[in-house]
Design a protein around this ligand. Sequence first.
Ligand code: AMP
Ligand code: MG
Length: 423
Amino acid sequence: MISVEEAQKRILGRVQVLQAEKKPILDCLGQVLAINIYSPIDIPPLDNSAMDGYAVRAEDTDGASDSSPTILTVIGEVAAGSIPDKEVKAGTAIRIMTGAPLPEGANAVVQFEDTDEVTRRAREDSSSQIGILRQVQKGLNVRHRGEDIAKGSLVLEEGRVLRPAEIGVLASLGHSWTKVIRRPVVSILATGDELVDIDQPLPPGKIHNSNTYTIAAQVLSYGGIPKILGIGRDSVQSLNEKIDQGLNADMLITSGGVSIGDYDVVKDVLAKRGQITLWTVRMKPGKPSAFGVLSKKEDGREKRVPHLGLPGNPVSSMVAFEEFARPAILKMMGKNNFAKPTIQALIEDDIKNTDGRRMYTRVVVSRSHGQYHARPTGPQGSGILTSMAKANGLAIIPENSKGIKAGDMVQVQMLDWGDEVSL
Ligand code: AMP
Ligand code: MG
């Protein structure tokens, strides 16, 4: 048996970061930037006002107060998007809106609330004067040219994951397209004579092929592009055909047929197509799985595609995907943070660990009085997929532990975090 970490290390060792692609910025959300982005412009492009108010010379406001306002002559108005055509000279002010360029001569903006504009309006004062009620410092309410981004500076480095804020920064630079590491295409092949497509009636003894859809949804949620190959029958010809289709991808995931001692043509066919290592990983669920590299001749060249064989049991498949397929997909996308969000929680039931494997117990995590609590979701059989649907985390019982008691603290890998759960 190998450890989870060893299995992860071997998989990541055979998986490469993919090439870059050029796309409209909004299509790049969640992808990794493949180039350094330098700014062709200053942002903001000019000194401008952070407030609606009056652009003044700060020195003109010396000594101004409610009881003794400084009276200035208003010589014009400037709105955001226009360029001021007058200069603020001693004793004058220009009415200015947020974002409008600061007129020449002005070095501060007095916000409306610190002027007598409202009272002048109330008494229908039609003079071109304004009373300043407060002494202001030079630079008050002024946003300086280039204070956010200076022309020529490095704004986003290669390797950054593009979130909404980064997409906005690209837009502010006037970039409509950019270069990111492309998303991996992941072929998904379910195997087993007992499987029936989900849109077909169930004959006696058969089950629906659910794993394909669970795996495809997991691929999607971590940023990959699933390519569904359907069901491969336990026959050499059927499997070979499906594997051929599956190699037009960056990775092939198969479901089922990897248990040691299982009668399964899947293993034999895969072994003939490339290297395959059957693993028993020191984890529960998810023990039997396989990893290898398949080869295919394409245009006279050898194409090599990593292959991950997940166990057929639906829960084992999901847990093994989280631990092995997820990091592989993230690496192909150019990401390097593979850890799932993990918390410490108080476990509410005893959990026994009888066979020295790392246990991933399905739990519901909740929060009360500033403390996380984890409650196991009930029967933990590796075929009980509804217990996975009820869970929002996996409590980790270490391989070297005989188990934990209710009230102990346990580490929980969160399956969902953010808008899927409220904690
Ligand atoms: P296997 O790993 O092929 O021995 O399968 C182990 C268990 O998982 C068996 O009970 C299978 O019926 C079940 N199983 C295998 N593949 C799937 C699938 N695609 N969807 C749902 N259950 C599956
Ligand atoms: Mg099978």
